[in-house]
Design a protein around this ligand. Structure first.
Ligand code: NAD
Ligand code: 2VS
Length: 486
């Protein structure tokens, strides 16, 4: 039975209250651990440790020394790859095949990418002409923002946590991380790596718990937190934004999505099927960038739908360790109840269930797990709740369209604006349509192809701000201008 304690000032500490909560494996709902729930005292201790570390050895490191340390952290994650893999898949139920190609490699790469990007990024400079003819020099100077609260979700726990911790530390900040209550393991394990690599105590801290009236809220309302970066549901983002307003703390919000996939008749059909299959079903559909609305140009609608149904039927549901498995359970019973409520709603709203729509029989050992069938619907109206609301499960609705103007309007008809995928072999059309997408990230003939230097983030109710490359600099640093009269 695992016990997940908080990681504060370089040490693992239990909650003074002794309060803990269950950690369950979604594969079979077995109890696999106990997680300490942080009270205000633990959160306060973590924030104060982070603040003290800014003034300690960490605050005196050069950019080059910080870069070297972050490379060391990335290397150590890779050295302990199997431990991170086992921990992540135990918490999420996802197949090893997926976590070993996405979650863990990116968990390390996020440190390397930001260490390099920020070490080589210039600051601005301007020479000003002055009436006396001697001029002045203006030099931009970036300093760390301070203590960053990092609140991360359960779908890609290590990846999405280091996607924030990497740039935060590269810019010289310190962090207090509150991972999702569903997935404490890899964030907790990272504390060991920080100690092994010589990252000074207090630079990286972890507190466990829930959101409201628990660690999440205690952290976002703590007056010594300088900025908050969050990934999760849009409604949660709203609550965190309200908390950040007190004391004018900056926020970075990566929230929900209801992403469109647009398949034109001139696409490479097999490429479009392969990419849409990944986008709708990888990670059991629990990817914010995933496609839940698929629009297919009418001449190839039947062929595309037939091929998608064939591929869904081939998905291999199984335990994480099963080398054949490419489809795992949802993260929890609670999330499964939510997804199944949308499965029922789709039928009530008039959907045709092309495949799936229910609960698979996984046998007596696994039937207690959070398993659902991968599902495709057709026939819903554009104002159906299943079309408008984020489900965050292994399901998508496929609908025909007849013109470029029509599909652009359909794709943008959502409160969200995170991602879109466009499938066409016509490059002019690809760019023309992509530029009209009300989204932060648009893939053409690809999906989840990630260049970590690029801007990443959502428009509309999918978030505020951009992460990735140097785009997080405005959030993770304070930029001042120094004007020197010559
Ligand atoms: N845009 C992105 O990059 C991105 C990436 C992954 C997931 N997501 C979104 O995240 C959602 C799924 O993740 P989730 O269920 O963990 O989201 P969630 O909003 O329920 O929880 C996210 C985190 O916020 C914490 N939290 C909840 N309420 C809080 C509060 N009031 N104050 C402080 N912290 C609080 C939770 O404990 C958890 O750690 C989906 O909507 C998905 O689209 C977005
Ligand atoms: O579920 C959402 C996935 C987000 C992915 C990233 O933030 C990334 O690839 O950097």
């Amino acid at each position: 039975m695992n016990e997940f304690k908080h990681f504060i000032n370089g040490e693992y500490v239990a909650s003074a209250s002794g309060k803990t909560f269950d950690n369950r494996c979604p594969v079979d709902n077995s109890l696999i651990g106990r997680v300490h729930e942080a009270g205000r005292d633990e959160v306060d201790a973590a924030v104060r440790a982070a603040r003290a570390a800014l003034k300690g050895p960490w605050g005196k490191l050069t950019q080059a020394q910080r870069t070297a340390l972050l490379h060391k952290v990335a290397n150590r994650i890779n050295e302990r790859f199997d431990e991170f893999l086992e921990a992540e898949c135990r918490d999420t139920g996802k197949p090893y095949r997926i976590a070993s190609h996405i979650d863990i490699p990116r968990g390390a790469a996020n440190f390397t990418a930001f260490a390099e990007t920020l070490a080589n990024h210039p600051t601005e400079g301007f020479r000003l002409d002055t009436p006396d003819g001697k001029g002045a020099l203006n030099v931009g100077h970036r300093s760390p923002k301070g203590v960053i609260a990092v609140i991360s979700p359960w779908n890609l726990p290590l990846l999405l946590m280091t996607w924030k911790v990497g740039p935060a530390l590269a810019c010289g900040n310190t962090v207090v991380v509150k991972p999702s209550e569903e997935t404490p393991a890899t964030t907790t394990l990272l504390g060991e790596v920080m100690n092994e690599c010589g990252v000074p105590p207090g630079v990286f801290n972890v507190v466990h718990g829930f959101g409201p009236d628990s660690a999440g809220e205690f952290l976002t309302t703590h007056p010594l937190v300088d900025a908050i970066t969050f990934t999760g549901e849009t409604r949660t983002g709203e609550a965190i934004m309200k908390a950040a307003a007190v004391g004018l703390r900056n926020i970075s919000l990566e929230c929900g999505g209801k992403n469109p996939g647009i398949v034109f008749a001139d696409c490479d059909l097999e490429k479009a099927v392969e990419g849409t299959m990944r986008s709708a079903f990888v990670n059991c559909g629990q990817v914010c960038l995933g496609t839940e609305r698929v629009y297919v140009e009418r001449p190839i609608f039947d062929a595309f739908l037939a091929r998608m149904k064939e591929e869904v039927a081939k998905l291999k549901l199984g335990r994480p360790q099963d080398p054949q498995a490419n489809f795992g359970p949802l993260v929890s019973q609670e999330h499964r109840d939510k997804v199944l409520s949308y499965y029922r709603l789709a039928v009530e709203e008039g959907a045709t269930v092309e495949i799936g729509g229910g609960i698979p029989d996984m046998g007596p050992e696994l039937n207690g797990g959070a398993w659902v069938e991968p599902t495709i619907w057709t026939g819903l109206s554009d104002d159906a709740r299943v079309i408008r609301e984020e489900i965050f499960g292994p399901c998508c609705h496929i609908r025909p369209f007849d013109s470029e103007e029509e599909v652009i309007a359909l794709a943008n008809d959502t409160d969200y604006g995170l991602a879109a995928a466009i499938w066409t072999e016509n490059s002019s059309r690809a760019v023309r349509v992509a530029e009209q997408m009300e989204a932060g990230i648009v893939w053409v003939n690809s999906w989840f192809l990630r260049d970590l230097r690029t801007a990443f983030g959502g428009a509309k109710q999918s978030g505020i701000g951009r992460e990735g490359g140097v785009h997080g600099l405005e959030f993770y640093t304070e930029l001042k201008n120094i004007c020197i009269k010559l």
